[in-house]
Each structure stands twice: as structure tokens, then as C-alpha cells.
Design a protein around this ligand. Structure first.
Ligand SMILES: NC(=O)c1ccc[n+]([C@@H]2O[C@H](COP(=O)([O-])OP(=O)(O)OC[C@H]3O[C@@H](n4cnc5c(N)ncnc54)[C@H](OP(=O)(O)O)[C@@H]3O)[C@@H](O)[C@H]2O)c1
Length: 223
């Protein structure tokens, strides 16, 4: 939000329950506040309705970032868990993208996937599969929505520790990453800016991960 507002965009911040951080930041940056719009919704309820409501807030949409996700351990033994992760991480982004393409003449979509979803994972298999499928949909949508809508993805590496990880496990990850470091938010924002601005780029999965996707490190040791 912060980065896009500073670049002059109107930003619709969709949230389900966490609004406090954005509010606190806007409280200190009142000049930018008039271009920030909030939209509260459970994503799985009515994705097309969210796009319509977003359009009404600003009078038109130019871009869509699919960032919300569920990250929790689970594998094929838990079909209900797989259903929930596929809904939020894969099907909702696809439905938002379709709703967006329906109402926008020319624009861009950036899906946030995950760099480390190629290697099998014993604990996070359902999450991994949901993000792999989102990668696949990114490519298909790029093909199907051209020339009006450019569709790309950012595949972040290890950016933030998972809840409950005191930091030690997360820090230890760096030694298995080719560039020997975890990924900064600043690097992700550079990637986002590139994908928003470059009019010739569509159908890219941009790995911002220090080369982590080139390794077979177990995902369960990630966030
Ligand atoms: N953190 C990392 O190191 C890392 C690494 C690789 C990829 N990624 C990807 O980067 C993105 C952001 O990561 P993150 O760690 O910031 O994500 P996160 O904290 O796990 O989740 C982001 C937000 O998704 C929203 N959300 C989840 N289910 C929802 C639902 N059913 N309806 C509406 N909102 C829902 C939640 O909003 P509320 O809080 O408002 O409920 C949550 O704050 C994700 O797509 C993630 O897979 C992150």
C-alpha cells in the first residue's frame, strides 16, 4: 500500500480482519490518505462482488495484486485442508482476475506465488500445490487476457518468519539459499514496480528469492 501510494496510485486495500497497521501508517501520512480506500471482505464469499465494490470506490480499476493467502501445514491426507488452501490461494485469485478482466479495458495483474513450490514438501504439500497451480493459472491468464491485460507473478523466497518461528529457524534458512540471504521487502517492491511498469512483459513468474528455487530445500523449513 505504502509504496503504491507514494508512487501516486489510488490504492484499494482489501482486508479481512487486519486494518490497524495500515491505519496507523496513514495517520502519520495524511497527505496520502485521500488516495487510500479500504474494503473489508472474506475473499471466498463473493470474489466478483469484491471487484465490483472496488470499482465503485475509485471510479475504475487499473491493476490487481493477488496477495492474500493461507499458509499452514497439511498434505493430501487432509482433503478439507487442501480444499481451503486451494480456495483462498488459487481459485479466489483466478476469480478475482476474471472479474477484473471483465470490467477493465486495459490493465495488469500481479499474483503473489511462492518461489519454493517445485520441490516436494512433506509438511506443506497442500500449500505448495495451491501455489504451483497459481503459477500455472498466471501463464494461462496471461495468454487468454492478452492484449488487454498483462498477467505476471512474483515468487518470493523466504521473506518473513512464520508465526511461532522465533527467528532461529528462519535465519538458518539463509545458508541453504544460493545468495546466502533471505529476501527483503525492498527487493519485492522493485520486482512489483518492474511488472507494473513494463508494457512488454506478460506471462512471467519472477523469482525474487536469492536463487532458492534452484535448490531442493524442504519447504517445511521455510516461513
Ligand atoms: N512471508 C513470506 O516469507 C512469504 C514467502 C513466500 C511467499 N509469500 C507469499 O506472499 C504473500 C504475502 O505473504 P504474508 O506472509 O504477508 O501472508 P499472510 O500473512 O499469511 O496472509 C496475508 C493475508 O491474507 C489474508 N487472508 C487470508 N485468508 C483470507 C480470506 N479467506 N479472506 C480474506 N483475506 C484472507 C489475511 O488477511 P487478514 O489478516 O485481514 O485476515 C492475511 O493477513 C502470500 O501470498 C504468501 O503466500 C510469503
Amino acid at each position: 500500500m505504502q509504496h503504491c501510494l507514494e508512487r501516486g496510485h489510488h490504492v484499494i486495500v482489501h482486508y479481512r480482519s487486519s486494518r490497524e497497521e495500515a491505519d496507523a501508517w496513514l495517520g502519520q501520512h495524511t497527505a496520502l490518505k485521500k488516495r487510500a480506500h479500504f474494503l473489508q471482505a472474506e475473499l471466498a464469499d463473493d470474489p466478483a462482488g469484491i471487484i465490483r465494490a472496488a470499482g465503485r470506490l475509485t471510479g475504475g480499476l487499473g491493476g490487481l495484486i493477488n496477495n492474500a493467502s493461507l499458509f499452514s501445514p497439511g498434505n493430501g491426507a487432509d482433503a478439507e485442508h487442501l480444499r481451503r488452501l486451494l480456495t483462498v490461494n488459487t481459485i479466489v485469485p483466478l476469480m478475482l482476475a476474471r472479474g477484473f478482466a471483465h470490467v477493465v479495458k486495459k490493465g495488469w495483474i500481479v499474483n503473489i506465488t511462492d518461489a519454493h513450490c517445485a520441490a516436494p514438501s512433506a509438511r506443506f504439500e497442500n500449500y505448495r500445490l495451491s501455489k504451483m497451480l497459481l503459477n500455472e493459472f498466471t501463464l494461462r491468464c496471461a495468454r487468454n487476457m492478452a492484449p488487454r491485460i498483462r498477467v505476471n507473478a512474483i515468487a518470493p523466497g523466504a521473506v518473513l518468519p512464520a508465526k511461532g518461528d522465533e527467528g532461529a529457524t528462519f535465519k538458518a534458512l539463509a545458508k541453504n539459499i544460493p545468495l546466502k540471504k533471505t529476501t527483503s521487502i525492498a527487493s519485492l517492491l522493485m520486482a512489483l514496480e518492474f511488472l507494473i511498469d513494463n508494457p512488454d512483459v506478460t506471462g512471467q513468474i519472477l523469482y525474487v528469492d536469492g536463487g532458492w528455487h534452484l535448490t531442493d530445500t524442504e519447504h517445511s523449513r521455510a516461513r
